[in-house]
Each structure stands twice: as C-alpha cells, then as structure tokens.
Design a protein around this ligand. Structure first.
Ligand code: KMH
Ligand code: ZN
Length: 277
C-alpha cells in the first residue's frame, strides 16, 4: 500500500452552470485562487477545465496556454488538462489541448452514456490521443468510467506501449448515470482488473462521493475530489469551495494514516518531471 494519498482536485468541470453554482471557479483569477487554497489544503494535482468570458466551457488554445502558465507561476501543483472537455467538443479540439503544454492530461478509455448525453471516445481517437501524449511527453491519467474502459486500457498499453513517464495511473470515475455505479463492491472489482503495477484514484459523482472516497482509502487508492464531481457537501448544504472538499479528503486520509502527498512526491510516483517556478 502506498505511504501517502495523492489528492487531485477537479475544481470546475464542464457541466455545472455558474449561475446555479456561484462558488464554481470560472475565471482565471478564480481558478488560480482556488488552486492556491487547494494546494495549501493538501492537493497535489489539479484537473483543469476552463470557461470563456461567458462562463461557458471552452477548449480555446490561447486560454488553455495562459491557464497552464498561470497555475505554474502560482503553485507547485501538477497541471493536468482535461482532454474530455464538454460532450459537445470535437476530436480535433480535444487533441489540440496537448499543445498548451501541460504536465499531464486526462485520457478517457471509451465511450460512455453520460446522463442524457454521450461522451464519445472511440478507439481511433483514444489511440491518436495516446500517441500524441507519448510524442510530447505529457503524462496521461487514464479515466475509467466503466469496465469496458479497463479492457480498452489493456489493449492500448499492449498495442502502443507504456505512457510518458513510464508509470500507469488510472482514475475510476464512478456513479455517472450510464457508467459503473459508485459503491465499494464495484470499486474492488474494478481495481482487481487494472494493469499490474498501476496506481489509481477514484471519484464518485454526486451522492456517491463519500462512499467512493472511503472505499478508495480502504482499498489503498488515491482520491479525486472537487466541484466538477460534487456540488453538494452534505444533505441540503451546497459546497462552499473546492478547498473544503480537499480539506475533508485530507482529513480522511490522515485518519487512514496515509496523509496527503505533496506535489514533489506525486511527481515521483506519477513520473511527471520536476519543474521550477
Ligand atoms: N466533461 C465530461 C464530458 C475529462 O475531463 O477527461 C468529460 C470529462 C472527462 O470531464
Ligand atoms: Zn474532467
């Protein structure tokens, strides 16, 4: 079992509406302030979606590049850009995200029903995206929403070889309506099917957030939390900030005697090169 707990914060996502969720960080200043608070609370990785001037999700390359630079200047967090974007984003734009020069990126290993929508990740796109991460030295995190995605990950590794950095790290995204359920029994089965030597984190969407958090800690995994996945802190109480979700995750990790891992240790574990500010 790993000594510490890697905590990733996913502060914004592409789905929640700023008007309905005022605490959601959508401007660059809000995102940088959130990143600083979450680093102080125990996060080591930030999973980034950005918004345009109207707070709508965007994959604008100039804004993404500015975001990477600003987060690097303000924090030591590993900057992981989303290549998933919003369900409406096209494949070319999603591939171009890597040109913003992040440390890391998400890479979803298959198509999945996503509420009333479909999150498209056909095999050809996955392969092209993975090959581009290898060519550019961007460390991928494999996002697994369902069991078929784990099979596709095995296939990707066997056809294209190891990722940049040499280490396989996965994130189980559980409880999406259309994906695998967010409960302890499912988590244990999913972890058993991962490639040997892989590390993993888990996140539960909405009300599955806490069951998945505690199951992941019990099973020796790492944690992803944030307002991309959860906007309710407790029954009837909205999340006030991403930092309070990171604080709660760090407190649970302390109780499990696997305290939050600082960014330098996370870089060593994930194979992400060190950088100076
Ligand atoms: N917004 C979802 C459609 C990722 O960031 O890579 C996809 C998503 C996964 O959030
Ligand atoms: Zn995301």
């Amino acid at each position: 079992m790993t000594a510490g707990t890697l905590i990733t914060v996913a502060p914004t996502g592409a789905e929640s509406d700023k008007a309905a969720v005022p605490a959601l960080p959508v401007t660059l200043d809000e995102l940088v302030a959130t990143a600083r608070e979450c680093e102080a609370a125990g996060a080591a990785v930030i999973h980034v979606h950005i918004r345009d001037v109207g707070a709508r999700p965007t994959l604008d390359l100039g804004r993404l590049t500015d975001t990477v630079l600003a987060l690097r200047a303000a924090t030591d967090l590993i900057v992981q850009l989303s290549t998933g974007g919003a369900v409406t984003d096209g494949f070319e734009q999603r591939l171009a995200v890597l040109d913003a020069g992040p440390d890391a990126c998400s890479l979803t290993c298959g198509t999945v029903n996503f509420g009333a929508d479909v999150f498209m990740n056909p095999w050809g796109f996955m392969k092209e995206l993975y090959a581009k991460t290898q060519a550019l030295g961007v460390v991928p995190e494999f996002e697994l929403f369902d069991f078929g995605h784990i099979a596709a990950l095995h296939r990707l590794l066997s056809e294209l070889g190891p990722p940049a950095g040499g280490h396989v790290h996965c994130d189980l995204v559980m409880g999406v309506p259309g994906g695998m359920p967010g409960d302890a029994a499912t988590l244990v089965q999913a972890v058993a099917a991962l490639p040997p030597g892989a590390t993993w984190s888990a996140t539960g969407i909405g009300r599955t957030s806490l069951p998945v958090l505690f199951a992941a800690l019990a099973a020796g995994g790492h944690l992803r939390v944030g307002m991309e996945d959860t906007v309710t802190f407790a029954r009837g109480r909205a999340v006030a900030s991403n930092a309070e979700l990171v604080q709660r995750a760090a407190a649970a990790a302390d109780l499990a005697q696997r305290p939050a891992m600082p960014p330098a240790a996370a870089r060593a574990m994930l194979g992400v090169p060190h950088r100076s500010r």
